[in-house]
Design a protein around this ligand. Structure first.
Ligand SMILES: [Zn+2]
Ligand SMILES: [Zn+2]
Length: 103
């Protein structure tokens, strides 16, 4: 199963198309822009507590059969956080000083 390429930042709702360089994901594919990851979330996913990595870019050209954004299109379902930014900040405050690999 392919990575679900979600269309927006869960926090600020910025568009994050498949070729966005500032899209970040957690291991559960929770998706945020880099700005929110750094300034709001402090590299703590508000949904799972894990850290973030840059989202890999899916090729738009079909270099290999069936494996392109045309053949495996991104999700169109916009997602938003179920908690407020302040709640996300409060959640991160207790976790941010623990490195992701030690959480
Ligand atoms: Zn954002
Ligand atoms: Zn997460």
């Amino acid at each position: 199963m392919a990575l679900e390429l979600r269309p927006n930042c869960e926090c600020c709702d910025k568009d994050l198309p498949p070729d966005a360089l500032d899209a970040c994901i957690c291991t559960f594919e929770c998706t945020f822009c880099r700005d929110c990851v750094e300034t709001v979330l402090s590299n703590v996913c508000p949904n799972c507590g894990g850290g973030f990595a840059p989202r890999p870019i899916r090729p738009s050209r079909e270099w290999r059969d069936g494996l392109s954004t045309a053949k495996r299109p991104p999700s169109t379902k916009r997602v938003s956080m179920s908690i407020t930014r302040d709640e996300a900040r409060a959640f991160a405050a207790g976790i941010r000083n623990i490195r992701p690999e030690e959480r």
